[in-house]
Design a protein around this ligand. Structure first.
Ligand SMILES: C[S@@+](CC[C@H](N)C(=O)[O-])C[C@H]1O[C@@H](n2cnc3c(N)ncnc32)[C@H](O)[C@@H]1O
Length: 281
């Protein structure tokens, strides 16, 4: 990944993260309450019990999921390239009284020389689309895992990213490391409302426009799976889901009681998420 791409994405995420958190109210109070979590059942099921485990959370953004994992008893290190996300996560950890370590670093740089080995590496909801190469990512994940440790990954489905907001074909399924979109990170939290902020959405920043463009990449399922297999990980579980957790990724979607967003019937009915668990032998 070129330095220029990383810089663009860092700036764009800094700007968007401020807007996203402006809608989320008192997150420390939410996290302090007994039994609350920002995790969805799909990643909970793939992760299994995390109590007492060391866990590396890649591209952790503002740390809400990282701290939800701390509540479940994991010892968490979160890594993200965004200064604003890591600043916010560090403050949220202190305010909520949930200790975790947050590192501002490019994920590929971090994984080239991880400081320790982990029982679990976790990433979710908006991950590989920011990376221009998967081999160093997957090899780094294997490097960061203890023998017998697991990588758990849940993300929006590559088949869904072929379409634009109106459900029209607009992007390649895979781009072999070439940039497919440069649009700045948008305010998907505002679009998703209670889907992402079930404890009380606030209007916060209105009509957000991001002044910083991004560099985004398209990876197919085979790119993702083969990179993990090439890195020596053993695929243990793979699922596809016909809904998107928390996030209205297309223009017209309806949310159900489990905060799953569904496509309107006139959209192509492609899977909207996938999840996997791969183990270090
Ligand atoms: C959609 S968010 C992921 C959401 C996250 N799983 C959560 O718990 O909120 C994508 C994140 O990837 C981060 N990111 C993008 N490129 C990165 C890179 N090269 N290294 C580390 N983090 C990166 C962004 O700063 C952003 O926080």
């Amino acid at each position: 990944m070129t330095r220029a791409h990383r810089e663009q994405n860092r700036k764009s995420w800094n700007e968007a993260t401020r807007a996203h958190n402006s809608h989320k109210g008192d997150q420390a109070a939410f996290l302090q309450r007994k039994g609350t979590t920002t995790l969805f059942p799909e990643e909970r099921a793939l992760l299994g019990p995390v109590k007492g485990k060391s866990l590396l959370h890649l591209q952790c953004n503002s740390g809400q999921d990282s701290l939800s994992l701390v509540k479940l008893g994991a010892r968490v290190t979160g890594v993200d390239i965004s200064d604003e996300a890591v600043r916010f996560a560090t403050q949220l950890s202190a305010d909520a009284g949930l200790p975790a370590t947050f590192v501002r670093r490019d994920v590929i740089d971090y994984l080239a020389r991880p400081k320790q080995k982990f029982d679990v590496v976790f990433a979710s909801y908006g991950v590989v689309g920011w990376l221009d190469a998967l081999a160093p990512w997957a090899r780094g994940i294997a490097r960061a895992l203890q023998p017998g440790g697991a990588f758990v990954y849940v993300d929006f489905h590559p088949a869904a990213w072929v379409f634009d907001e109106k459900g029209q074909p607009a992007y390649p399924y895979r781009s072999a490391g070439k940039v497919v979109d440069t649009v700045g990170v948008g305010d998907y939290v505002a679009k998703s409302g209670p889907g992402l902020v079930p404890w009380g959405f606030e209007s916060g920043v209105r009509a957000f426009t991001n002044p910083h463009q991004t560099a985004q990449f398209a990876w197919g399922l085979s790119d993702i799976l083969q990179s993990l297999l090439d890195a020596g990980l053993v695929l243990e579980r793979f699922d596809e889901y016909p809904y998107a957790n928390g996030c209205a990724i297309f223009g017209e979607m309806t949310m159900d009681a489990k905060r799953r967003f569904h496509l309107a019937p006139h959209y192509p009915q492609v899977p909207l998420m996938f999840g996997l668990r791969a183990r270090h032998p």
